[in-house]
Design a protein around this ligand. Structure first.
Ligand code: SAM
Length: 227
């Protein structure tokens, strides 16, 4: 969807050896590169990679972040995880055809499950080294009573890691095409609700490892590692 949650990188206190990691290169890379710490950005799309590689203070990698980050051990001040696109509903058919072709070219399925799995794998590789982690296109969700009109609006919710898991349920459709991307999301103060979107499984994983959710809104969630 493309929010500006990456601007939260500006308020992080960086240690001298810290880098900024970004999964999913774009306008965000240009911004992150101005903050000081070196930016390591990864994208599976050659055109996005080429644009990022031309920027100063940026180490750009072409490939799946799950592969590039294997064995990662450098300290990370801020990680902006905005990779495998979430297939929102409501776009024209040509958009999905184009996305599917791009993902096929990169050897990846194009689905919500693949998006969650990719971000979980990345979080697993970064968790021990990263101070602050932010996910784009992620929101709290809760069991939803579907009606005939709901379609597959936002797909199933992922249960929170720290409470007994309810059966998988549909997400509440705040809006058919944006799935919870509102400035003051009504579920921000309901910790018993699960998560969905790119960080749907990665957020519970990090919370289970002691990370705390410190910001949530407009489709961005930010977690901080325990001191
Ligand atoms: C939403 S866009 C990134 C937008 C960018 N962060 C910005 O704000 O301008 C998502 C990007 O993730 C890339 N991508 C998809 N799967 C990936 C993966 N497994 N590893 C790295 N990049 C991936 C896509 O090629 C796409 O360019």
């Amino acid at each position: 969807v493309g929010t500006t949650g990456y601007r939260l990188a500006e308020v992080v206190d960086y240690r001298p050896d810290d880098v900024i990691i970004e999964v999913g290169s774009g306008e965000s890379t240009r911004y992150l590169a101005t903050l000081g710490p070196p930016v390591v950005t990864i994208d599976a799309d050659p055109a996005r990679h080429a644009d990022a590689a031309a920027l100063p203070n940026v180490e750009a990698h072409l490939g799946r972040a799950e592969d590039v980050l294997r064995g990662w051990n450098r300290p990370v001040g801020f990680a902006w995880l905005d990779g495998h696109d979430w297939p929102y509903v409501g776009n024209p058919a040509a958009y999905y055809a184009d996305q599917r072709a791009r993902y096929r070219a990169a050897g990846q399925p194009y689905s919500r499950d693949a998006s969650r799995r990719s971000h979980l794998a990345i979080a697993t590789l970064l968790a021990a080294h990263t101070h602050v982690v932010a996910f784009d296109d992620t929101w709290r969700t809760h069991p939803f009573r579907p009606t005939a009109d709901d379609g597959d609006a936002c797909a199933e919710s992922v249960p929170p890691a720290t409470t007994p898991a309810p059966a998988l349920a549909m997400n509440e459709a705040i809006d058919r095409s944006t799935c919870g991307l509102t400035a003051n999301h009504p579920h921000h103060d309901r910790p018993e609700y699960g998560w969905n979107g790119k960080g749907g499984t990665a957020v519970p994983y990090l919370v289970g490892r002691g990370f705390t959710v410190v910001e949530y809104g407009l489709g961005t969630v930010v977690l901080r590692r325990p001191a």
